[in-house]
Each structure stands twice: as structure tokens, then as C-alpha cells.
Design a protein around this ligand. Sequence first.
Ligand code: SF4
Length: 313
Amino acid sequence: MISFGPIPSRRLGKSLGVNNIVSPKACSYNCVYCQVGKTKRHTKEREAFYRPEVIYQEVQQHLRRLKPDDYPDYLTFVANGEPTLDIHLGKAIEQLKKLGIPIAIISNGSLLTKKDVRDSLSLADWVSVKVDAADEENWKKLNRPVAGLTFEAYLSGLHSFADEFTGILCTESMLVRDYNDAAGHLERLARLVKEFHPDKSYLSIPTRPPADNRADAPIAKQLIMAWQFFNNEGLNTELLTGFEGKHTGYTGNAFDDILNITAVHPLREDTMEELLWNDKSDTSVISSLLHMRLIDKVKYKGKIFYYRQYRPI
Ligand code: SF4
């Protein structure tokens, strides 16, 4: 259950997901808008999850099963939680680099005060760090960090990493209505993001069912305002506000594909239909997975989404 996809990504083209965090979800944050549900293990301590050789072998086998058209542009660490909690992340990247595909990591950036975390991320070709808040109050309200993390240390870690990293650095700011979308905050957020000199700044909105039902997208006026503030700072800014496409990679095993993708990425009904078609399967797989309580479904903004269910351990 380590690799999944590839799934279409506006940022990375075809991205083969690598989920290096063993369930249940472990993260230093518990963001109100998280698409993989509430954080089950709220922690800032790094630990061992999978062995790097196991990650390498699973990704290598997954690549062998893909059709040539599905060969990914990136191997992307997008985890069931925060990928830098994995103490073996650096070794896993070193192994995966043997496959000759660029490595991307989507991180919340909260552990970058630790030199070993910065060293691990520095091995990647493309790194996105989360910058949702310009001040401690908004940070705590939106990202809900684990006790022991401070906003000051988080910013200092981001500065250090931005200074050291030689690959492509992106920031991602999730905008949530009535949390961080006030004009004054958006202006300060743009100024803060500029301090990290990102190659690209993404502004995103919740498009999948969030951990907290109150987390909704800002109204269009606030989004445009955010875009303008970011552009005024000279930031290369892109809005990620839409559906990224319904074609996902498939391996011929619908049961595994659905479990692997939904662990980190809820599947919209039409995406699910295409996946089943490609895997030469049918809706009986969904019924079985629902019956076994391995997945569940929810209606969000008029669309049905399927997401991974974990039994309590
Ligand atoms: S959105 Fe990312 S950082 Fe926030 S709780 Fe979810 S996994 Fe953690």
C-alpha cells in the first residue's frame, strides 16, 4: 500500500504517489481542511515506518505494471500524514533516484528546524511547503499544530531550507473561508511567502471533503484579491481551484488501486468509474470495500467521493 496512481497533477503532470507513512494518519498538523481526515497520531517526532528497500521495491514493481502512456513524470511523496516524519525519508529518496524519475515531496514544512529533515528534503528535485498563515493565531486555528511546535521556529526552518535548497521550491497556501481569507491577512501572507523566494506559489482551495465540515472555499472576490496580492509581490502564482482530471494510472487490480489511492486522495465518483473501467472491474468491488468498511463515501458539493476508512487499532 505504498505506491499509487499515477494521478493527474496540475503541478507535476503524471505523478506516481508514494505514501511512506503507515496507517493510521500521522502528522504534526491537524488542518481543518485535510482531505485525508482527522490526524490520528499527532506528533512531531520522526520515526521509522517502511524500510527504504521496501519502498523502492514496491515502486519498481508498480512501474513495471504500468502502461507506457502512464509512465510518471514525477515520483511524489504525498503521504497519509506528513512525509518528513519518516526518519528514513532521505534513504528512501536515494534509493528511488536509481529509477531515473524526478522526486517531488509535498510537506507541511513544520519540521524544517531539524537539520536531518532539511537534509532529507534537499535530496528531492521538487519540494512544496505549506504556508497558509502569516501569523501564529491563523496558523494555530487552521493548521492546528501539535504541542511543542512554535510559529517562530516553523518560519525559521522555512527560511533555512529556502536558503539551502537548490531544487525547485514551491509554496502552497490553502485558502479557507473565514479562516485565512481576510484582506489584511492575505496581504501579509503574500509578503511572507515572498521571503522564501519560491519558484512558484500555489493558491489552493478545499475541493475534496475536509476534516472539518466548516472548512469551505473563499468566495471568488477573496480568491482574486489573494491572487493580486501575490502578484503584486512579484510571485509566480498559480491558482489550483479545479478538478485535476479523472484519469488515474491503474495496475489491473481494482481492489488494490482503490485502497492505495483513497489512502491519500479521495476519489470522485467519475474518477472511480474510469478506474474500474480501466481495471476491467465493476461496482461490485466498491460494494465489497464498503461492506468491509475499508472505504466509505460522502457527498460533497453535489458529488460523491470515496475515501479510505481505517479500522481503529
Ligand atoms: S493537510 Fe497535510 S499537513 Fe495538514 S493535516 Fe493533512 S496531511 Fe497534515
